[in-house]
Ligand binder design. Structure first.
Ligand SMILES: *Cc1c(COP(=O)(O)O)cnc(C)c1O
Length: 363
């Protein structure tokens, strides 16, 4: 394995996975736990797979401190399908739902909810280029729920604490890009969901954490694959689940526990983010961050250079230095470094060293 050349991977999603997790998957690929088969080839109703999904669930419960009155679902269709499903399940006919819009993903979530019923923006920061977490909210006390996006992946803004909904209005959160990156208080939420591929595994599985009383809202006669209540009652095994993806997120949860849990992971993530934002702040304006300081994401760090030409050169030279995935989203431009859990301090250090060298040559 000494000739193994791994990229410093700053991709926004699918993103970097821990090397140890990939190595374990590789070691078990041909013969999973003595079955003589890959985990991809065994029945989702076998005792071996039952152990996979139950262990993944138990480890996530331990990592996030999820109480017993919440169900954990492993679903398909990405976070994008959850935009639709949560509106179908949690918003009764005729009711309205509130959405905090402070980036590209929350804007899409609101739009999807509006296709099926009434939903309104409790805040919208688009006029400021989606660079902050809104401080004042215009909340509907009768809303079916208040939806927010804890980390806006494209704009690099993150909530460090939950918005406070009116009494009796449950919080619903899209946590796709900061899932298991730091501890949160699950009891503040009615539902939390996220696609695995940013921070917790490969694409193909979406984790939904939902409080039992929320399941009572599911209307009768929803198509079964869109019905939280049925999916929860079957333990995510109503039909064939994405078994390999569930196995992989399970390995990532075990890895996260070995790192010391989410408090230790947050500390590591803050060290990486401080290094990167420090480099931007100390560049005398050569590098310019997107988010206002108190909303700076620990996961996605978008930044600009003095010209688009320099940004193109930066991306090309970075790639030659094994620093991959740094081009910003087409809607924002510039660069973006995604420093998810599996991105190492070593990789982040390689990036800031490159940034300082690049500025010396081109500043
Ligand atoms: C990536 C992302 C999505 C979309 O996820 P899919 O799994 O591709 O549907 C939604 N919300 C946020 C915050 C994301 O980062």
């Amino acid at each position: 394995m000494s000739d193994l050349k791994r990229a410093y991977n700053f991709n926004p999603g699918p993103g970097a996975l821990p090397l140890e997790v990939l190595q374990q998957a590789q070691a078990e690929l041909l013969d999973f736990k003595g079955t003589g088969m890959s985990v991809m080839e065994i029945s989702h109703r076998s005792k071996e797979f039952e152990a996979v999904i139950q262990t993944a669930e138990a480890d996530l419960r331990e990592l996030l401190g999820i109480p017993a009155n919440y169900k954990i679902l492993f679903l398909q269709g990405g976070a994008t399908l959850q935009f639709t499903m949560l509106a179908m399940n949690l918003r009764p006919a005729g009711a309205s739902a509130d959405y905090i819009v402070n980036g590209a993903w929350s804007k899409i979530a609101l739009k999807e909810a509006q296709k099926l019923g009434t939903a309104r923006a409790a805040a919208n920061t688009e006029a400021d280029g989606f660079n902050s977490v809104p401080e004042t909210l215009d909340l509907d006390p009768k809303a079916a729920y208040l939806h927010f996006t804890s980390n806006e992946t494209i704009h690099g803004v993150e909530f460090f604490g939950e918005p406070t909904p009116p009494a009796g209005v449950p919080l619903v959160c899209d946590t796709s890009s900061d899932f298991v990156s730091r501890p949160i208080d699950v009891t503040k939420y009615g539902m939390i969901y996220g696609g695995a591929q940013k921070n917790a595994g490969p694409s193909g599985v979406t984790v939904v954490i939902i409080r039992d009383d929320m399941l009572e809202r599911t209307p009768a006669n929803l198509p079964v694959m869109l019905d939280y209540k049925t999916l929860a009652a079957s333990g995510s095994l109503h039909n064939t689940p994405p078994s390999f993806a569930i196995y992989m997120v399970g390995l990532v949860f075990q890895w996260a526990k070995k790192q010391g849990g989410l408090a230790a992971i947050e500390k590591y993530n803050r060290t990486k983010a401080d290094l990167l934002y420090g480099t931007i702040d100390n560049s005398g304006g050569f590098y310019r961050g997107h988010a206002v300081p108190n909303a700076r994401s620990l996961m996605n760090v978008p930044f600009r250079l003095p010209s688009e030409e320099l940004e193109d050169t930066f991306a090309k030279e970075a790639k030659k230095n094994n620093l991959i995935g740094l081009k910003g989203h087409r809607s924002v431009g510039g660069m973006r470094a995604s420093i998810y859990n599996a991105v190492t301090l070593e990789g982040t250090t390689a990036l800031v060293n490159f940034m300082q060298e690049f500025q010396k040559k081109n500043g």
